[in-house]
Ligand binder design. Sequence first.
Ligand code: FE2
Length: 271
Amino acid sequence: MNHNLNLLSRRNFLSKGIGFMGTMVSTLVTSSAFGQVLNLKTPRQTLGPFFPDDGDPISETRENLDFRLAISEANDNDLTHIKGHKEYAEGQVVYIKGRVLFNNERKMEPQPGAVLIMWNASASGRYNHRGDMEATRFQHPQSGEWIERNLDENFQYWGRCITDKDGHYWFKTIVPGFYPVDIEKGWYRPPHLHFMVTAPGIPQLVTQLYFKGNQIKNEKLIWNLNAKDNILRSPRLTSKEQENIIIGYQKDPDGKITDGLVGHYDFVLSY
Ligand SMILES: [Fe+2]
C-alpha cells in the first residue's frame, strides 16, 4: 500500500470522525515552568500507519514475553535499551515526563492506572514496521546529502508506561529522525513522538508531540520542518493547540536526570 495514501486517508478519516474535538478548547489559564499551556485539552493527531503491530517482519521487539499482551504493550518505557543487548540506541537521549489528567469541567483530575503507549522512528527516521519500506534512502532537502533510513537493532521503537497513583508517567527515548512523506511536494515529517493514552471511562487519546529547544541537535532544521508539517499545522488545530504539542527540552531543572534532556507534558483528556 502506498504510504502517503495510507497516511492521508487515515488523516481524512480522523478529521471527519473527530474533527469536532478541535472546537472543544478551554481558555488559557497559565503556563507551567516548562512553558506548557495548562488546562488546554490535548489536541488529537492521526495515529499514522506505523502503530506497533504483531507480525512485523523486521526484528520484532518483545521484552515482556507474556504472549497474551499485544505487541504494542510488550515493552517497557526505556526505548534506548533492549533487555539483553550490550549496545544502546543511536541518537540524542531525551526524557518526556508529566501526568495524565482528566479535565472534568473546571477540575483537573490525575488519572492513576492510565496506559500510555509511545512509538517513534529511529535516529535516522525509520520505523520498525512492515509498512515502512519505501524511500529508505532520501536526499536531505537542504544539503542534498543522502540519508539512509536504517533500522537500529538496539532501539526499542515502542514502549508502555502505566501512570502511578498521582497520574505520573515517563519515557526515555531518542530524538527521532525526520522522514519524507511526499518528496515532490517537499513534505517531511519533523521529529515526533506518537502516543496512545487510555484511561478507564474516558475516550482514548491519540496524538503526537514535537520538539524544540536550543539543546536539541538540528534545532533550526526541526523548527523549519515543524513550521511546514501538514499534520502539526492542520487547520483543525488552533495555533494554541499547535504550540501546546511542541515540547521544549532542556537539562533537568531538578538535576536528577543527567543522561539526557528532559521535556515535560501533561496529557489532558476530556469527553
Ligand atoms: Fe510518525
